[in-house]
Design a protein around this ligand. Structure first.
Ligand code: CA
Ligand code: CA
Length: 587
């Protein structure tokens, strides 16, 4: 309790100072300092947990809007952002690479920045942005033309702007950057265009590149402008030349663990999707595994050297990107762990020290592509569900179609889960769906989709696809589940008040009991929620914020799922909630 009071006091101090520079210590302490939200994930462990309990199980039913803010213009579409709050200002990124600074007490705009994107950008899965990073007197965010921009916190003026990669080759950028020891660390997007996944670190003040680390075997990293080391061993798991356009987009940003001084990034699908083109795929050997695609990769933040990797889906062939967020936590026995809920339908626990496999349990129903995960963490493939080799087809054009569960959009996609150190549980936004998938011939062409697959996504059950689950990481047991008609696509947050917050495509922001899953509060925001809720404390009151604005990958890749979402309206707004003053001060 004492700790909480100190944290609350520190938070109040921060919120009364005048646009103070954000330090590495501020970032390291972000979870405990409840007066601000400085990092994506509400702390670099990405737990999305706040100790705040002013709003709790008893009074959450009374919370009401404090203000709402429109992201304006004709540029609506998916609003997947996580707001940041610092010194009385909320910073929000919007679709089409825009950013807003908003007076957090009044909801009035302070400044707005529009990246003014060039013609011909190639975002695969809507024109979203997932948030910014604050450090010093600047705020950083990535743009859809594969650039990283540093803006002055006070004015929104551009301080520096750097190219991550060539958007004409299919690169883009949507994730929130990660700040570690004065470096701005970014990944890249474009895994459906035969790009090469990479992590880059820049000096936060100047934007100068410090190191780069491609995540596909055979490519060379750099450090201080010179070649450093090769990623992996050339041709060890990628026969031939396909590694040169091997995918593995690092499109979801990273987490940082100070205890082990490790950053972790995930890498997406190997390219192209057709796995028969990428090697033999001997389930007992490494050939055809296609490292480090569909993997989580632990790296040294000072040099970009790879410390460890864990591949969730070797010789991946269903678009099970391995990018989902890796959350650092301590289990009930005191072991330091990582947890991640993969696109492939399994919830993994890894050892935080060396990334070694601890356990894997299914978190969605009726998984078909694997029969399970063995003692080493490797999937036991169900060969009947590997889409057929098109070169063996009678017409040489379309391989045998299989029905894979989960669908390529995953048991869980990008939308982040939350972990409560109070309950020990993870709160995972998941989806129950499958797909017909088949392979086709394909050749690489710069800037063109590079799949070699076709697919039709299908619900598994009549009455729901979305499923918010509370998972015990020690056992894999699902403690409770809340079903939702449309697929879930919003982030989750949990609090010391015993609450779990998330939103639905149908437009509701909701609060659930963290122990039972009972719905305790709901509010209709007017458009679908695919954003990431946050909470903070100001003037003795607790606030909740979330973006509303339907979009993202689901409406673009709908298949038979489209029926559940095609009536939903677009939007673009930020909603902020709090208790009525008389109730808040009565506490
Ligand atoms: Ca904080
Ligand atoms: Ca992908």
């Amino acid at each position: 309790m004492k700790k909480l009071l100190v944290a609350a006091f520190t938070g109040m101090l921060l919120s009364t100072s005048a646009l103070a520079d954000v330090t590495s210590a501020d970032i390291a302490n972000d979870t405990a300092t409840t007066g601000d939200v400085l990092t994506n994930g509400m702390g670099q462990h990405l737990q999305r947990y706040s100790p705040l309990d002013i709003i709790n199980k008893e009074n959450v039913k009374h919370i009401v809007p404090a203000w709402a803010f429109s992201l304006g213009g004709e540029k609506q579409r998916g609003q997947e952002t996580q707001p940041l709050v610092h010194d009385g200002v909320m910073y929000v990124t919007g679709s089409y690479s825009r950013m807003y600074a908003i007076n957090v007490r009044t909801g009035e705009e302070i400044w707005q920045y529009d990246a003014r994107l060039p013609e011909g950008i190639l975002p695969c899965c809507d024109v979203v942005n997932r948030g910014a990073a604050i450090y010093g007197n600047k705020i950083y965010f990535g743009t859809l033309d594969a650039r990283i921009v540093a803006l002055d916190l006070k004015t929104g003026d551009v301080v520096w702007r750097k190219k991550i990669a060539n958007y004409k080759a299919g690169y883009s950028y949507t994730a929130a950057p990660l700040i570690v020891n004065g470096l701005v660390i970014t990944g890249n997007s474009g895994g459906e265009f035969g790009i090469v996944g990479e992590v880059q670190a820049r000096d936060a003040n100047t934007g100068e590149t410090v190191w780069t680390r491609p995540v596909i075997e055979g490519h060379m990293g750099t450090l201080n402008g010179k070649e450093s080391t090769m990623t992996g061993t050339l041709n060890a798991t990628w026969p031939g030349d396909l590694w040169k356009t091997g995918g593995g987009a690092t499109w979801l940003g990273g987490s940082y663990d100070a205890d082990t001084d490790t950053i972790v990034f995930g890498a997406g699908n190997p390219a192209p999707w057709n796995s028969w083109l990428r090697g033999a795929g001997n389930p007992k050997g490494n050939e055809g595994d296609n490292l480090y695609a569909a993997s989580r990769i632990g790296m040294d933040p000072a040099t970009g050297e790879i410390k460890w990797h864990f591949q969730t889906t070797p010789r991946e062939g269903w678009d099970y990107d391995g990018v989902n967020e890796v959350v650092a936590y301590t289990d009930r026995s005191g072991n330091k762990r990582w947890a991640t809920a993969d696109r492939n339908g399994y919830f993994y626990v890894l050892n935080r020290e060396d990334g070694k496999f601890v356990s894997a349990t299914p978190f969605v129903k009726n998984i078909t592509w694997a029969k399970g995960i063995d003692d080493t963490g490797r999937p036991i493939f169900n060969d009947a569900v590997r889409p057929g080799d098109p070169s063996k087809a009678i017409d040489g054009k379309k391989g045998e179609t299989t029905f894979a569960v989960p669908s390529f959009l995953g048991g869980k996609n990008w939308m982040p889960m939350a972990h409560s150190p109070k309950t020990g549980l993870f709160y995972v936004p998941s989806n129950e769906w499958g797909m017909d998938i088949w392979n086709e011939p394909v050749t690489y062409k710069k800037g063109a989709a590079y799949l070699g697959s076709g697919f039709t996504i299908k619900p598994l059950f009549d009455d729901y696809i979305g499923s918010l689950k509370a998972i015990d990481p020690d056992t894999g047991e699902i403690k409770w589940e809340v079903k939702n008609n449309a697929p879930l696509w919003a982030g989750v947050m949990t609090t010391g008040g015993g609450l779990v917050f998330t939103g639905t495509p149908e437009g509701h922001v909701k609060a659930f009991d963290d122990e039972t899953g009972e719905e305790l509060w709901s509010f209709q925001t007017g458009s679908g929620i695919v954003g990431q809720p946050i909470t903070w404390e100001m003037d003795g009151e607790q606030f909740i914020a979330v973006s509303s604005g339907w979009g993202g990958a689901v409406p673009l890749w709908g298949g038979e799922v489209a029926k559940k979402v095609n009536y939903l309206n677009q939007g673009g707004s930020i909603w902020v909630f709090k208790l009525p003053k008389q109730l808040a001060s009565a506490k």
